[in-house]
Design a protein around this ligand. Structure first.
Ligand code: FAD
Ligand code: PYC
Length: 402
């Protein structure tokens, strides 16, 4: 049946690197590609290369559970996550690429009195920030998710923080859509090109050394998630970031039974149903630093065990597959979008367990920072905050990362 499927146009080109670019972005994940896209679209900067050591979208962007929401507590977070969520609303049209954005609603269950207080506080903060969320009762939770057990003996559902326009999107498509758009603007996305060194001259960036040879640039963006510390070391500075594995799994496919996303942060579990019928399930991050894109065994059991009280329906399901990604965690669970001690090197990292939802907003703001030297969306997330003690504490909103 696929016999006639030949001669397809490639979505992006695979060029050899030039000797020099105006801008190099290291990392072809969602954040790197979105940055390149908005550099071109908003600032007309298209002499850009995005360098990727593996394949584009093969990092955390292609490994996450695709939850999109903007129900964060602090004002700078609400601004950037809501900008991202709003951009997702018509990003498929903007990129002319179906991202399967599905604003099906996201709920964060409150299963302790402490969480009730926390989420009510977030709902009030969101109202002031113009982010549409609401506190809902256990009965409303049950109406929205009929398969849920709200009377659990250990962790009864006491209510939830509900964001009706939160949801999911197809993660690979986000990377592919941005990549195709960048390629069409003439940018170079160079895969299998690992950066092995960063060259500086007179305190400024001069270029990078790669497995495809040296490449010079005027400006450099480091957008490599779990490998941010490694790249920062090449550039000669240190980051307050730890790298740990976060894993997820899917069950065998079953008939449609849950049409919203549910997060249960007290027990460290969350679940949604994919378009293919698989239950997409994730849990907490590893308790130790590592670079293995797998995750530790006991987490699978802990996550599923925790969720079974709230979702007894999953107790007989078989696991289809499991995977992990290396997430870059900051102490305050907020990202870093910043200039660095090296002139013309910029860093975008620290999205940890929650940066899929922010890809469009982060790309928008970081492109502005790289192009103009300042961005209202990024200002609060600068590296200085760790020296000045200006933390943006999002340990409750980060959910799986607390
Ligand atoms: P990546 O997609 O990891 O891209 C970085 C790229 O840099 C990689 O492709 C890597 O190969 C490349 N790179 C590294 N070193 C080099 C080098 N030396 N040279 C060249 N290239 C290099 N977020 C949410 O919002 N919602 C969720 O539901 C969610 N669930 C998650 C579930 C799991 C299991 C995981 C692991 C993460 C989850 N996240 C979620 C977090 C989210 O996936 C990440 O925050 C986000 O994808 C980070 O995107 P990125 O572009 O910064 O990084
Ligand atoms: O940030 O919403 C999130 C999330 C869910 C699962 C992992 N991260």
């Amino acid at each position: 049946a696929l016999r006639y499927h030949t001669g397809w146009e490639r979505a992006w080109t695979s060029p050899e690197p030039k000797r020099h670019y105006d801008v190099i972005i290291i990392g072809a994940g969602g954040h790197g590609l979105a940055t390149a896209y908005y550099l071109g679209k908003n600032y007309g900067i298209t002499n850009v290369a995005v360098l990727e050591k593996g394949w584009l979208g093969g990092g955390n962007t292609g490994r996450n559970t695709t939850i999109i929401r903007s129900n964060y507590l602090q004002d700078p977070s609400a601004a950037i996550y809501e900008k991202a969520r709003a951009l997702y609303e018509d990003l498929s049209q903007d990129l002319n690429y179906n991202l399967m954005f599905s604003p099906r609603g996201v709920m964060m269950l409150a299963q302790t009195h402490h969480e009730v207080r926390g989420y009510k506080r977030t709902a009030h903060a969101n109202a002031l920030q113009g982010v549409k969320t609401e506190w809902i009762s256990p009965q409303r939770v049950k109406e929205l998710v009929p398969i849920i057990n709200i009377d659990g003996p250990r962790y009864p559902v006491l209510g939830a923080l509900w964001q009706e326009r939160g949801g999911t999107a197809r993660h690979d498509a986000v990377a592919w859509g941005y990549a195709r758009a960048c390629s069409r603007m003439g940018m170079h996305i160079i895969q299998k090109c690992e950066v092995t060194g960063i060259r500086r001259e007179g305190g400024k960036v001069a270029g990078v050394d790669t497995t495809k040879g040296p490449i010079d640039c005027n400006k450099l963006g480091l957008v490599v998630a779990g490998h941010s510390g490694v790249l920062a070391q090449m550039a000669g500075f240190r980051l307050p970031v730890e790298s740990v594995a976060l894993q997820a799994l899917v069950s065998e496919p079953i008939k449609p039974c849950m049409d919203v996303v549910v997060m249960a942060n007290t027990v460290h579990g969350y679940m949604s149903q994919s378009d293919k019928g698989e239950m997409v399930i994730g849990g907490g991050a590893d308790g130790f630093n590592n670079y293995t894109q797998r995750g530790s065994f006991h987490h699978i059991e802990e996550t599923v065990r925790a969720l079974i009280e709230t979702f007894p329906i999953i107790s007989r399901l078989k696991m289809l597959r499991q995977w992990g990604g290396i997430v870059d965690m900051t102490g305050d669970r907020s990202p870093i979008l910043s200039k660095t001690p090296v002139e013309n090197i910029f860093i975008n990292c620290g999205w940890g367990t929650g940066g899929f939802k922010s890809i469009p907003g982060s790309g928008w703001g970081f492109a502005q920072l790289m192009a103009t030297g300042d961005s209202p969306l990024c200002r609060a997330f600068s590296l200085d905050r760790f020296k000045e003690g200006r933390f943006i504490d999002e340990s409750v909103a980060a959910g799986v990362a607390h």
